[in-house]
Design a protein around this ligand. Structure first.
Ligand code: KG4
Ligand code: ZN
Length: 333
């Protein structure tokens, strides 16, 4: 039997998970409300909140999984990419825990873990599959050849998809993080109400900065004519923005599927919680005969279950690291 403790602290979520023989028994996530009033994550505050949250979060995961901490066989932690101050808290905790309990330490790449979240529950994808990973910091199309053998086929040249949602929300006067709120408003709006540009990027890369500027100019222009514009048209604005972000993402995914001939297609990361993207992917999958994989909501945004499941796969290969390991703000898939 193998019991893995997973630790995630790359951004503003402190999370701990227990995985027993590849099954997730607990996945505790402590969010950080402190950032809302600043309209984005403040790194120094995130790091301090992780310090306060990490021990209670781990204790809660151990209690929920009904195990004793002495039974844990290895600790897997997010090494990067992410905010260095935040990563340091999870890394230091994991190193200390491994040292104190005399168990192996496993480093996990956060972007790989988002993808490997598809191996938590059935049905699981077969290799090779394509994954569109869309979060607050990344937008990538990855060819997943094996658990830890991944090729980056395309990525964003400027803003990430989650950033496009959050920055648009800011323009629309919605609080941070705005992605889920845009999703909510979009459900009552008309996606055709406002015409927004689709960038013409020839390869599998993405760009979202032009869209953000187009929305800014549209809103500024309309507000001059009618100061109540945002209140009156919020649902239509959100539906139009969401529909354009989703079409940019899905058109590139369609191109990647065509170029690689791969028909197992997954989405991952915080933006994969978006209802428009989930619906659009299902429709496209039906049309092109893809087998589509969409994560459960709890495994879309940052969580330690995905770190624990990635850690379990590395545990099976005895892929351990030493106490000299340091976190990395930047890491590739
Ligand atoms: O993966 P994640 O939790 O953290 C990062 O690693 O960045 O992703 C967070 C991002 C935020 O930008 C948030 O606005 C976005 O995911 N997000 C959504 C939705 N839920 C979360 N964006 C659009 N629609 C949603 N339902
Ligand atoms: Zn993430």
């Amino acid at each position: 039997m193998a019991i893995i403790l997973g630790i995630e602290s790359s951004c503003d979520e402190t999370s701990a998970s227990i995985c027993i023989d590849g099954e997730i028994k607990a996945n505790i996530i402590a969010g950080q409300a402190v950032h809302a009033k600043y309209g984005g994550v403040v790194p120094e505050l995130a790091s301090r909140a992780h310090q306060q949250n990490i021990i209670p979060t781990v204790d809660q995961a151990i209690a929920e999984a009904k195990i004793h901490k002495n039974e844990i066989d290895a600790v897997a932690f997010t090494r990067g990419p992410g905010l260095l101050g935040s990563l340091l808290v999870g890394t230091s905790f994991s190193k200390s825990f491994a040292l104190a309990m005399n168990i192996p330490l496993i480093e996990v790449n956060h972007m790989q873990a988002h993808i490997l979240a598809h191996f938590i529950d059935d049905p699981k994808p077969n290799f090779p599959f394509l994954c569109l990973t869309v979060s607050g910091g990344h937008t990538q199309i990855v060819l997943v050849k094996d658990y830890f053998e991944m090729a980056l086929l395309g990525e964003t040249l400027d803003d990430a998809a989650g950033e496009a949602f959050d920055k648009t929300a800011k323009i629309l006067d919605l609080p941070y993080p705005g992605g889920p709120l845009i999703d909510k408003h979009a459900q009552n709006g008309n996606p055709e109400a406002f015409k927004l540009p689709e960038p013409q990027i020839p390869d599998l890369n993405f760009s979202f900065s032009g869209l953000k500027t187009a929305i800014l100019y549209l809103v500024q222009g309309e507000l001059k004519k009618d100061p109540r514009f945002l209140e009156e048209r919020m649902d239509d604005l959100c539906a139009s923005v969401q529909s354009r972000i989703v079409s940019i993402l899905l058109n590139k995914l369609k191109k990647a599927a065509k170029e690689t001939g791969v028909k197992e297609i997954a989405i991952a990361g915080g933006v994969s919680a978006n209802s428009g993207l989930r619906k659009g992917l299902l429709e496209m999958g039906e049309k092109y005969g893809w087998k589509v994989f969409i994560p459960k909501f709890e495994y879309c945004t940052d969580n330690a279950a995905m770190i624990a499941i990635a850690g379990y796969q590395k545990f099976l290969k005895k892929d351990f690291v030493g106490q000299d390991i340091a976190p990395l703000a930047r890491m590739h898939v």
